[in-house]
Ligand binder design. Sequence first.
Ligand code: PLP
Length: 385
Amino acid sequence: MQVAEKAKRLKAEGRDIISFSIGVPNFLPGEHVYAAAREALARDSGQYGSNRGADLLLDAFLEHIGKLGLTGYGRVNVATGIGAKHVIYNLAEALLDEGDTIAFPTPYWTSYLDIAEIVNAKIELLPCPPEQDYKLTPAQLDAALASKPKVFLFNNPSNPTGMVYTREEIAALADVLVRHPDTWVITDDIYNRMVFDGVGYHNFVQARSELRDRVIFIDSLSKTYGMPGWRVGFMAGPEEVAQAVVTMNSNHITNIPEITTAAAIAALTGPQDVPMQKCAEFQAKRDQVMAALAQIPGIRCPRPQGAFYVFPDISVAYGKTHAPTGLALANDVDFCNALLEAKGVACVPGSAFGEPRAMRISYTCPTAQLAPGLQRIQEFFAELQ
Ligand code: PLP
């Protein structure tokens, strides 16, 4: 957000800025979503709704997760919230008492750290450096769970790395989870429909069905349907956990709004051409980013297979100076500031995600901006001394 603010300020000053910084889709939902919202507005009851979510929305979500291999769940197993962020926050409040440990891999999505801090949990970071493709290994997980953290929080596909775990990798991690029955597992899979190269999306419950009474699956409409501002998130998991989220809703928000609910049902049950088309577009953009980065000597970048992020290790630039501006690059923050100042390209320093050797490139920008932005990054590297 800080990078985005600075980019906005420079733009207002008349600079030509290309933003690779914000993780929001640059497309709108299909017309049927707006039509459903307008219809709901016309018949809006203006009354409170269900704390869990409207039955039709719960059913639409259940049908969606059924297609992901999460079968046998009923309305009692699911709950909605004001975006996945709110659902994760509710879960943190519900599952973690002060001093309880939450373990999650680094790089992590920034809000995990903040949410854990807000609920006064102890945080155990599991480092997944670029050398291991930013992925958690079964041995690492096994070692981390030996000390019985209350919650293990997982994210697949990943923000910020875009990495996607294969079926075999998920199965191997699921085997470890089975051996550690004292830990709740939250799996934030909101990018599950944005997976490339035919690797497919896989989850722990699909791999080992006995995990269903401990695994909490998180989903959202924000990224897939171009609906971040509509604020619709979901969870599916054990009945008592879903009930805890419903109780939290009852005391915080009461319900997600009726108009939003109608739009969400239309998104989930209507034509899926927007997300499918966007997924293909993102895969092509991923290829374009990777091809450009491959031409920069010294950059290491595991190949992402999902979401819309690339997370290159740029540490080869640290200790150097950007010759034309004289800006010294000691770390990722210096690097991103100098790149923005010198070339007008906004990326997010990796330290925001717990990996100071990298920076995040989000490629949701208009396609026409991608090539010039990448070229400026290449030029910037070429100008380092
Ligand atoms: N989880 C991850 C991994 C994300 O990247 C984001 C948004 O950036 C969220 C959750 C939040 O999603 P929502 O908009 O549904 O709150």
